[in-house]
Design a protein around this ligand. Structure first.
Ligand code: FES
Ligand SMILES: [Zn+2]
Length: 119
């Protein structure tokens, strides 16, 4: 089998209600992962693109989060309705969906204005 051209990591971490941080999969159904996986298959990309479930990516305040490698494109606040555009624009046409990309200041930085301040 040929190597995958891209890997998507879809955070499916679930936290109980009332947790101090939100989570990407609060109802535990992992619907975003399922929808991306299905859309990748429907686009005929199953042999080239792998859609993996991921644990917490530490971007919880931007839930739901998806990261695409090898480009290291981080998508945040991803909704089920965004799936067709991610697949068509990014995975088929090679154009990341700019409107969903997390700001540089948000990715693994203490400066992200959405994260609670560390005490
Ligand atoms: S729960 Fe998804 S990034 Fe933390
Ligand atoms: Zn942020």
């Amino acid at each position: 089998m040929a190597k995958y051209e891209r890997h998507l990591f879809v955070c499916t971490n679930q936290r109980p209600e009332g947790s101090p941080r939100p989570s990407c999969n609060p109802d535990g159904k992992a619907e975003l992962h399922r929808a991306l996986n299905l859309a990748v298959a429907e686009a005929g990309l199953k042999d080239r693109v792998r859609v993996n479930k991921s644990g917490c990516l530490d971007q919880c305040e931007h839930a739901a989060n998806v990261v695409v490698y090898p480009e290291a494109v981080w998508y945040g606040n991803v909704q089920l309705a965004d799936v067709p555009e991610i697949v068509q624009s990014h995975l088929v046409e090679g154009r990341p969906v700019a409107r969903l990309e997390l700001a540089e200041a948000c990715i693994h930085t203490a400066s992200c204005p959405h994260k609670p301040a560390k005490s």
